[in-house]
Write a new protein. Structure first.
Length: 443
């Protein structure tokens, strides 16, 4: 019997595991460390967020991205984009240094059990745990427009399905979307020798401005405060006060989660993108089918995708392309979590009319002992939960909630994995307010 099983070994899962181990919980971590970053993002990508806002969270606050890079002579700094592969290597290192070892296995089923939960893995193992933290990242929620779902994977893919883009050399590729994933994927396709274009329903591409200097005048800081997610008072609120966002009415939170910090390209990408990638804006894909055309690579006939597009003024046109990449983001929805037992899927309380779970101030769902982290909690705590930055807010609070749940069941139990520690609330985190104080002290 375990106190906690962490499902997922990305930034949120590893951060939770680090805090849980320090609290003396008997736990296991299941998942491939940094899998989304290592396996599902094209080589050559850069981190959009600032390095200072991209650290995983450990109780002492010492295993930061900045410290990792400094020890290895990697230059990081404000306004300097960091290669995604460097971030993935940092996360993997964090998992070795600051958290219990993650076991590379996939959880296939999670169901309620009289003692808590029963978990089954792809290797046939079954284990029982009092609590579970689902930190499964974004991959289960990759969204592909309905009109593209009936086409084969050889013709249509999601942007998360490509580690290597060189396979598209010489091919005509249409990228659907106008966010960072779409724009950077298109730029990388062009640099890999493909012939990409971007199709988006947006009337224009939005580009983030270069980050403001950290050292500014008092008035500038007052009117346009800096935060981990950018500048401005709304962004400061999403970054610094996720707990306050949770107190807003559900419709307001859902609107914020869907629209705040919306699709936009990083400032440093613009000069690579605009000279090389044509764009077709103000067009919605209304239908798609297969057709036959001449392959650009190797010659001869081959299958293509025909896209039916509708412009903002109502006019229609068609476009033939050899491959479509849907860079259309992610939609948090519990019904897309195949590992959840049907009783959990059907009974868990949702946020408003969304598919995201309701969670308490310590990230516990309406089913006691089941905790969520990451994207699924954005409709509760705001857009910070879509970024690595949100892990620092999530991990200590979630672990404090786990400790309270375990302590309520066995208040005086000594944890086998840490004989000197009793199961209980870690350090000063007896309340969310105390957890706030601990985060401020250790950062």
């Amino acid at each position: 019997m375990y106190d906690l099983v962490v499902v997922g070994a990305g930034p949120y899962g590893l951060s939770i595991a680090s805090h849980a181990a320090a609290a003396g919980l008997r736990l296991r971590v299941l998942g491939r460390p940094m899998a989304s970053w290592r396996d599902h993002m094209p080589r050559g990508m850069f981190l959009k967020s600032e390095p200072s806002a991209s650290a995983l969270s450990d109780p002492e606050g010492t295993h930061t991205l900045t410290a990792y890079c400094a020890d290895r002579g990697i230059e990081v700094g404000h306004g300097r984009p960091l290669p995604l592969d460097t971030f993935a290597e940092y996360g993997t290192w964090f998992g070795r240094q600051a958290a219990p070892p993650a076991e590379e296995m996939t959880v296939t089923h999670l169901a309620p059990h009289p003692s808590g939960f029963r978990i089954r893995t792809d290797q046939g193992e079954q284990l029982t745990t009092r609590t579970v933290a689902l930190a499964i990242g974004v991959m289960p929620f990759a969204y592909r427009p309905t009109v593209l779902r009936g086409l084969p994977a050889g013709l249509v893919t999601h942007s998360t399905q490509h580690r290597e883009l060189t396979r598209f050399r010489g091919q005509d590729v249409t990228v659907v979307g106008a966010g960072q994933a779409a724009l950077e994927t298109a730029a990388l396709l062009a640099e890999a020798g493909a012939e990409p274009r971007v199709v988006a329903r947006a009337s224009r591409i939005k580009w983030n401005a270069p980050p403001r200097p950290l050292e500014r005048g008092r008035l500038s800081k007052l009117y346009d405060p800096h935060s981990a997610l950018g500048t401005g008072w709304p962004t400061w609120m999403w970054s610094r006060r996720p707990g306050a966002v949770r107190r807003l009415p559900a419709p307001v939170r859902l609107h914020i989660a869907r629209h705040a910090l919306g699709p936009a390209g990083a400032w440093w990408l613009r000069e690579r993108f605009e000279p090389t990638v044509p764009v077709l804006l103000g067009h919605t894909v209304t239908a798609a089918d297969r057709t036959t055309g001449i392959r650009r690579v190797g010659g001869g006939p081959g299958e293509r995708v025909r896209l039916w597009l509708k412009a903002a003024d109502g006019t229609a046109r068609t476009l033939a392309t050899e491959h479509v990449v849907a860079a259309t983001g992610f939609v948090p929805d519990l019904f897309r979590l195949g590992l959840l037992d049907s009783t959990l899927q059907e009974t868990l309380r949702r946020v408003g009319n969304s598919g995201a779970p309701w969670v308490s101030q310590d990230f516990e769902s309406s089913h006691p002992g089941l905790f969520f982290a990451g994207l699924l909690t954005a409709p509760t705590f705001g857009p910070a939960m879509r970024f690595v930055h949100g892990a620092a807010f999530t991990a200590p609070r979630l672990v404090a909630g786990v400790c309270r749940h375990v302590a309520a069941q066995q208040p005086a139990e000594v944890v086998d994995a840490a004989p000197s520690a009793r199961v209980g609330v870690p350090r000063s985190a007896a309340t969310p307010e105390a957890a706030d104080r601990e985060v401020r002290v250790t950062r």
